[in-house]
Write a protein that binds this ligand. Structure first.
Ligand SMILES: CC(=O)[C@@H](O)[C@H](O)COP(=O)(O)O
Ligand SMILES: NCC(=O)COP(=O)(O)O
Length: 248
């Protein structure tokens, strides 16, 4: 049987609410502490280039104060590299960013940017960060992630979740099949496998059941659900879905 699946709680959208009014309430760091108390294994925060939610000060506070690992999501830019090298989070996850997108639309294009990305991640890895690449479930991207020396790939589950939410069930099942095959490929290549984006109580079980997946990163749904039942209970229920999927 596969080992216990880790849950990383993404707190970006606590900052979205804070930034709607300016000021410092609600504080993502406080949400991270609550998530930790509720059993989160790590905290994920995406410092976007446009700073639409998480801020530089949030990353500083999370880096200094957390006692569980911080996974810093960021674009592969020089500015972000120097921020990561300053704080040296447990993990850095490289994600694609488009200025006008509502959320992260796809995986990082690794295969066509191998040389630059290999040089980009080298100092991060040398400084002790586990480098993760956020990829679509496509073989060429996963093979390229391996070649550039990444330790981890995080499989983008957004297409699977969107298809589920919109009732496109054949497409959902086809995407789940791709995720299943690519999780196995990534593990065969020696990569640690994570997954995330858009996961909910309804969609998490088949992803949690993939034996190669070591970590899920979940944010938007949990922060939304926290409005109705509180962050701790929202995380508890996600944990229960994950554990059940792993043992059945
Ligand atoms: C990379 C990813 O899938 C998310 O973790 C990311 O945080 C999405 O960006 P937004 O939080 O801005 O939607
Ligand atoms: N990397 C995925 C993540 O951190 C959370 O994504 P979401 O649950 O906010 O869509």
């Amino acid at each position: 049987m596969a080992g216990r699946l880790r849950l990383g709680v993404n707190i970006d959208h606590v900052a979205t609410v804070r930034n709607a009014r300016g000021g410092d309430y609600p504080d993502p760091y406080r949400a991270a502490q609550l998530a930790e108390a509720a059993g989160a294994d790590g905290i994920t925060a995406h410092l976007r280039e446009d700073r639409r939610h998480i801020s530089d000060a949030d990353i500083a506070a999370l880096s200094e104060g957390l006692s569980i690992p911080l996974n810093l999501e960021m674009a592969a830019t020089e500015e972000m590299q120097s921020i990561a090298l300053r704080h040296r989070p447990h993990a850095v996850c490289l994600v694609p960013e488009k200025r006008q997108e509502r959320t992260t639309e796809g995986g990082l294009e690794v295969a066509r940017d191998e040389n630059r990305l290999a040089h980009f991640i080298a100092p991060l890895a040398a400084s002790g960060c586990r480098v993760s690449i956020f990829v679509a479930a496509h073989r060429p991207q996963i093979e390229a992630a391996r070649r550039i020396g990444a330790a981890v790939v995080e499989l983008h589950t957004g297409a699977y979740c969107d298809a589920h939410a919109e009732g496109r069930l054949a497409e959902r099942d086809a995407e789940l099949e791709r995720l299943t095959e690519m999780a196995a490929l990534a593990a065969d290549l020696g990569l640690e496998v994570h997954a995330g984006h858009g996961l909910t109580y309804d969609t998490v079980a088949p992803i949690a059941a993939l034996p190669q997946v070591a970590e899920l990163n979940i944010g938007h749904f949990l922060i939304g659900e926290a409005i109705f039942r509180g962050l701790g209970p929202a995380i508890d229920e996600m944990r229960r879905h994950m554990d059940e999927a792993r043992t059945t």
